[in-house]
Ligand binder design. Structure first.
Ligand code: NAD
Length: 365
């Protein structure tokens, strides 16, 4: 990869390579943009086939975090870390070494859990640096982010209903939920509690059964795209809104928690052309990020819930922007983020240092 050219095109501020041969640590931290605040983003561990692949992933993911934080109204920038290796080879020394490296960045990057890392790993990192969130609740951490992501998703569904039908009453619509894992299950519970008709699918029969007990109806994994429901709620995989599935949709809204739902930009344009309201994934699924962001100010569950509730307004704002500029919602989300960064880029942000100071007060014991 032409690293300098790529970084220049994508707009990264800093890319740091960390290597600690004694414990097998090979990590890359990418800090995309700190205009709004310190760069926050998870630490992903993956057996990348090549260092180029790892680099591409961290550059792409860190840039995504900039947009997610910006569109969510957070005073945070975008960053990400990747740890190259097999999760089976994880060890304490590896995370402690990474913690020291992260500390050397002086708070410009704050890490969190992501694919193949967990609270225990964050606790190891916390032994060496304050610049980590998602630690165990005994250290002031916020615990499992999934219920917050689910709550934010439900708020985003309400905003989408209001935009399309002029009401945000969950019970007046029907839903096709794909994937009922950590996030999807909580979404299904909220939808079922409203009294709405809910269809679910998952490869995990036990999870499906739990949803059926809440009142949902199970459908086959391939059949979910053909369900006659108002809202498609992807909570499993990426790229499920694609050239093959869109022609099958009878849905009027796509609003779910899964990352990277659109197979490509053209699919977002196609939803728009068909009059299907799309709640951009990285804006509707920001509840987990908001929840850990509250840790920076001293964790408070009620405050976290209030902040996650604002996803309703964030989604509405994107829809308004899209309508005003005559552009699809996926593009509007990017522009809302870019405009916020550009407009706040000229304002002094003293809270950036404050955030780091508050992290300093946590108890390591
Ligand atoms: P999870 O692994 O707990 O749940 C995913 C579920 O989808 C599993 O039950 C799995 O069996 C099911 N699944 C996989 N392939 C499927 C298929 N083809 N058809 C139907 N079901 C299938 O993950 P999660 O934490 O609930 O996250 C779900 C999605 O939301 C992911 O895309 C994730 O990146 C995104 N997300 C999660 C969070 C969070 O806080 N957990 C935050 C932001 C985004």
């Amino acid at each position: 990869m032409q690293l300098f050219a790529t970084v220049e095109t994508m707009g990264h501020e800093q890319v740091v390579f960390f290597h600690s041969p004694s414990n097998g640590l090979k990590a890359i931290v990418a800090i995309h943009d700190t205009t709004l605040g310190p760069a926050l983003g998870g630490l992903r561990m993956w057996p990348y086939a090549s260092e180029d692949e790892a680099l591409r992933d961290v550059l792409r993911l860190s840039r995504g975090m900039t947009y997610k934080a910006a569109v969510s109204g957070l005073n945070l920038g975008g960053g990400k870390a990747v740890l190259i290796g097999d999760p089976a080879d994880k060890n304490e020394a590896m995370f402690r070494a990474l913690g020291r490296f992260i500390d050397s960045l002086g708070g410009r990057y704050i890490t969190a859990e992501d694919v193949n890392t967990n609270v225990q790993d964050m606790d190891y990192i916390f032994q060496e640096t304050n610049h980590v969130v998602g630690v165990h609740p005994v250290h002031g951490g916020s615990g499992d982010p999934s219920p917050f992501t689910a709550y934010g998703t439900v708020r985003g569904i309400e905003a989408s209903l209001n935009w399309k039908f002029g009401h945000s009453d969950l019970s007046k619509a029907s839903y096709a939920v794909q994937g009922v894992g950590h996030v999807g299950f909580h979404v299904v519970r909220a939808l079922c509690e409203s009294g709405a008709k809910v269809f679910v699918t998952d490869m995990n029969a036990e999870r499906v059964q739990q949803c059926v007990e809440l009142g949902a109806e199970a459908v086959g994994m391939e059949d979910i795209y053909d369900v006659e429901a108002t809202v498609f709620v992807p909570c499993a995989l990426g790229a499920v809104v694609n050239e093959d599935t869109i022609p099958r949709f009878k849905f009027e809204i796509v609003a779910g928690a899964a990352n990277n739902q659109l197979a490509n930009d053209a699919c977002g344009d196609e939803l728009d052309r068909r009059g299907i309201v799309y709640a951009p994934d990285y804006a509707i699924n920001a509840g987990g990020l908001m929840n850990v962001a509250i840790e920076l100010q001293g964790y408070d569950r009620e405050r976290a819930m209030r902040m996650v509730s604002t996803i309703y307004n964030n989604i509405e704002n994107i829809f308004r922007f899209a309508e005003r500029d005559g552009i699809p919602t996926w593009r509007a989300a990017d522009r809302v983020a870019e405009e916020r960064i550009a407009s706040l880029g000229t304002v002094k942000m003293p809270h950036v240092r404050q955030s780091a100071n508050r992290l300093d007060g946590r108890d390591r014991k």
